[in-house]
Write a protein that binds this ligand. Structure first.
Ligand code: SF4
Length: 274
């Protein structure tokens, strides 16, 4: 069975394919629905609160404006299917909101938003590599002390282990490639702010690291094309399996991937209708 080859890739999709080609097939090639996850939804809510905070002039990003930004993000998410479909009861919903607020407060301990010279929020950038379109969304683009470009990415999950860090930074250099292609200037630094641990990992992109992105992405792209042509998307078992929405149809767990196309929308559609 062959599949249509997608025409664009984002850093998270590159990571998804390298983590497990079978899960990539379900999510990105067949585009099967997935139930929302509390972690991802909480991350989206915190990103939205910080985005709203940064829509205010720098000197106003304190006190009540922080609370207003957070409240507004919570109100938006209260009616968003990504949150509603989590099906949280009142106590769990309150714990969810409390934890999201904890992350916003943790952010405020990491930097002073009144001193940030932001020039772009939730910036959608895309660039061509051959026939392939690379797409990414930058949480925040700002100017450093010397007017240099700095990319900041908020992370609401745990900070990575050393082994995992390199792959995360691969995604980061992806953004520097996009910046250089679209804005004509390579960022001087890319900062990953891990709100949960309070750690910031800073990467300094170089010509070599940006070249590595085009080489790596082209290699992943060739592998995606081959898998689409042959239909051979292999399952790769690992830590992601425990939270994988497609385990029922995964051959590594005795499932039949051909049934997912019919059964996943039924299973997760029922969830949406509940
Ligand atoms: S259960 Fe594991 S091996 Fe199977 S598709 Fe999901 S992530 Fe891949």
């Amino acid at each position: 069975m062959s599949f249509a080859v997608p025409t664009s890739l984002s850093p998270s999709r590159v990571d998804a394919f390298t983590s497990c080609p079978m899960a990539f097939r379900f999510a990105s090639i067949e585009k099967l629905p997935e139930p929302p996850s509390p972690h991802a939804t909480k991350g989206s809510l915190v990103h939205r609160a910080l985005e709203l905070l940064f829509t205010h002039p720098a000197d106003e990003r304190v006190g009540e404006v922080v609370e207003w930004s957070f409240r507004r993000a919570v109100d938006e998410y209260a009616v968003d299917p990504e949150f509603v479909l989590l099906g949280l009861d009142a106590a769990a919903a309150q714990a969810f909101v409390d934890d999201a607020w904890t992350l916003v407060q943790a952010y405020l301990r990491m930097e002073d938003p009144t001193r940030v010279r932001d020039i772009g929020l939730e910036l959608r950038l895309e660039a061509q590599v051959g026939d392939l379109t690379l797409r990414g969304i930058i949480d925040r683009l700002e100017l450093g002390p010397e007017g240099e470009l700095i990319v900041t990415d908020y992370k609401t999950g745990r900070s990575p282990s050393l082994a995992y860090e390199q792959r995360r930074l691969g995604g980061v250099h992806f953004y520097s490639f996009l910046c250089e292609s679209v804005l004509g200037q390579r960022p001087a630094a890319i900062r990953l702010m891990y709100l949960r641990s309070g750690e910031t990992i800073t990467a300094v992109p170089s010509e070599q690291s940006v070249r590595f992105i085009t080489t790596r992405t082209t290699a992943v792209w060739k592998a995606v094309e081959k898998a689409c042509t042959t239909g051979d998307f292999r399952p790769r078992q690992g830590p992601l399996c425990s939270s994988c929405a497609f385990q029922t149809w995964c051959p590594a767990f005795g499932g039949d991937p051909e049934r997912a196309r019919v059964e996943a929308p039924e299973a997760f559609g029922r969830l949406a209708a509940a």
